[in-house]
Design a protein. Sequence first.
Length: 104
Amino acid sequence: MKETSELLEEMYPLIHDQAIMAFPELGFERKRDGWEATRGEIQGEKARRYIYYYDSEPSCFKNTKTGKTISVWDYVSGKYGLSEQETLLKLAEMADYELPQGND
């Protein structure tokens, strides 16, 4: 059975590839090296033009104003108020990823 970290390594790029649908509240637009938010907020900070979701780091967002990194896991968990198991299931759903038996 795969460890959670292995599952996430497979899921994060899938979520990143469909960032527009995965995070509609942030209004991501494609830029040269990733996605740029056009609206919304993350952890009380304005997202527009400050939140980037870089191709090289599909597991986190970067706030270019504060330099803060926000993991996709923490964002999704906090946004929906999910437990660890629920967060894993939500990320799998966002990635259109079928979890192996025993991980759900």
